[in-house]
Design a protein around this ligand. Sequence first.
Ligand code: F6R
Length: 260
Amino acid sequence: MEIVIAPAEELARIAADAIEGLVRSKPEAVIGLATGSSPLKVYDELARRHTQDGLSFAQTRAFMLDEYVGLPAEHPERYRNVIETEIASRVDFAPDAVQGPDGLADDLPAACAAYEQAIVDAGGVDLQILGIGTDGHIAFNEPGSSLASRTRIKTLTAQTREDNARFFDDDIEQVPRHCLTQGLATIMSAKHLVLLATGKGKAEAVHQLAEGAISALWPATVMQLHPHATVLVDDAAASRLQLADYYRQTYASKPGWQGL
Ligand code: F6R
């Protein structure tokens, strides 16, 4: 696992560089999109590069990590709509190139199985963008999630619903209780994981992710088993890392040829 500690703007550039490098070398690449605040600067940077540098996603496909269950199709916080606003509508994805789990399906287990199959049929995710919850979730794999889980329905923790109430007029009652989420094994199947975390509120989760024992109690710890995982954090999110100095030295002296 590589840990990079840098200001938020630089983290966004580093993640955008990795995505741009992938898409330019493999235009038909499959990227995994996260929702929430963490990737927003990355999406801004990709939109800028699309407009100013001609970075094209015309052949690229994308899969979302998760979706709330039961939010009406037109609800602005439905993750499909958030992704449309924050990135899809700002670049040149082909129609239907961005897919997400169907939180409005009549048969939710069937929708989850179909979603898993769609990812496989696309050849798997090349680069997965991730955020992390204050409770250590990635996607919506809350504490207690099976490390071998696949796309399925989950119940959000009270902590996650409190954290996300800011998107729902600060009213926790408006935050759905259920979601569909890629499982931990689904995420682990992606070839490269790139997680972004900023702010002190993420410090304990980031410490556990990188330095804690692998456990369903802190689901992001499963990333320790991934052969190509990159964790991009600012100083505040890095503030509980025991080996922060080592990570800083390692990145500062990283050979130029190595890439992310
Ligand atoms: C969203 C997702 C979640 C968020 C996490 C952090 O698609 O997968 O795991 O990444 O809840 O959310 P923010 O970035 O809003 O702090």
